[in-house]
Design a protein around this ligand. Structure first.
Ligand SMILES: Cc1cc2nc3c(=O)[nH]c(=O)nc-3n(C[C@H](O)[C@H](O)[C@H](O)COP(=O)(O)OP(=O)(O)OC[C@H]3O[C@@H](n4cnc5c(N)ncnc54)[C@H](O)[C@@H]3O)c2cc1C
Length: 317
């Protein structure tokens, strides 16, 4: 660990900063897989100034920083991660402000705000635009980084601008066109999303409720929402034969891999692209299972799977 952190917890990095620090912090409980090791320090900044100063200090001291959202697309290795993990869960990161501008309403949302809560609050104000994201667990910042979405649309469709603090502590606003949202991916520069402005449209409340119910029913019919997973492990790949995206779940199913197990990690029997953990599972079980599924799917279908879930391991991304 290249970090100036002493065992008592008072460190040059955090001195005089408005942050809450937990040293040697377990991360499993912060992720949907509920497995994995510890972070050298889990830090909750209580203001934008504290976050920028902390990032500047970490940058100067070559301390690795990562940011955790709701942990719904994340696997932390059993050996944990070095350096600082940031959690945006102080009230200043969770604000929602609505502001009508002609026929649309701009919603300024803190990156640490729960996405489901944001969908709920905007729908109550009869504003459409976020309902395509129903059933996707995330914080707003994590959803933007991943361009979360699916059959009904993605968050990038409604993003107007994003506030981002880069790892050296510099703050900048990015307009939609600079971000280039792609399939489960955004081309934001490295750093921490701190807020976003979303463009939402006033809607008929009854129609919006009906549409939301239909999306919710669809999601729960196709995904094992109760299991410990991070949603889809792989992106839907492009079939070289047709140039079209094909369902990774379908390929895994066709390869006969549903129900395949490594230790406490298992391929869901309901949805081939959901790799789930059972009590007692280790992160390594999932890492091994995901490698096995990708290899076997390629061997049997000739199509390579690219991982969607982010893996955190010591010394790498
Ligand atoms: C049951 C289930 C169903 C799911 N269904 C879908 C689905 O239909 N569609 C879909 O797209 N996804 C789905 N997912 C995956 C997941 O919900 C999304 O990827 C979501 O965007 C993850 O957000 P998060 O806040 O949990 O991010 P995390 O999992 O905490 O982090 C994911 C990545 O985003 C980065 N990140 C987090 N916060 C920030 C921030 N503030 N600034 C910059 N980077 C940040 C992290 O460093 C990490 O690299 C599902 C997951 C589960 C468990």
């Amino acid at each position: 660990m290249s970090m100036t952190m002493d065992p008592s917890g008072s460190t040059a990095l955090f001195a005089d900063l408005d942050v809450e620090v937990e040293l040697d912090a377990p991360l499993a409980g912060h992720t949907w897989y509920a497995v994995g090791g510890r972070a050298d320090a889990l830090v909750r900044p209580r203001s934008p100034e504290a976050l920028s100063t902390l990032l500047r200090r970490c940058h100067r001291n070559a301390v690795r920083v990562r940011v955790l959202g709701s942990g719904a697309n994340l696997l932390v290795a059993d050996e944990g991660v070095e350096g600082v993990v940031i959690l945006l869960d102080a009230p200043c990161w969770k604000e929602l402000r609505l502001n009508a501008e002609g026929p649309v309403t701009m919603a300024r949302v803190g990156a640490g705000r729960d996405l489901a809560k944001t969908i709920h609050d905007t729908a109550r104000a009869s504003l459409a635009g976020l309902e395509p994201l129903i059933g996707i667990p995330a914080q707003v910042g994590g959803a933007i980084r991943m361009n979360a979405g699916g059959k009904f649309g993605a968050i990038g469709d409604v993003v107007r601008s994003v506030g981002l603090v880069s790892w050296d502590g510099t703050e900048r606003t990015y307009a939609h066109d600079e971000i280039r949202f792609g399939y489960r991916h955004s081309e934001l520069p490295p750093g921490i999303v701190t807020w976003a402005v979303l463009a939402l449209t006033p809607a008929d409340p009854v129609e919006l409720r009906e549409r939301s119910k239909a999306i919710s029913a669809y999601k729960s019919s196709v995904q094992p929402l109760a299991a410990n997973s991070a949603g889809c492990m792989y992106k839907n790949p492009v079939d070289p034969a047709t140039g079209q995206r094909v369902s990774a779940g379908l390929l895994i199913d066709r390869a006969g891999l549903k129900g395949t197990r490594v230790g406490g990690a298992v391929v869901s029997t309901q949805h081939g692209n959901f790799l789930c953990t059972e009590p007692g599972a280790r992160a390594q079980d999932l890492i091994d299972l995901s490698a096995l599924v990708a290899e076997e799917t390629f061997r049997r279908t000739g199509i390579r799977l690219e991982r969607e879930v982010v893996f955190w391991r010591r010394g790498e991304g």
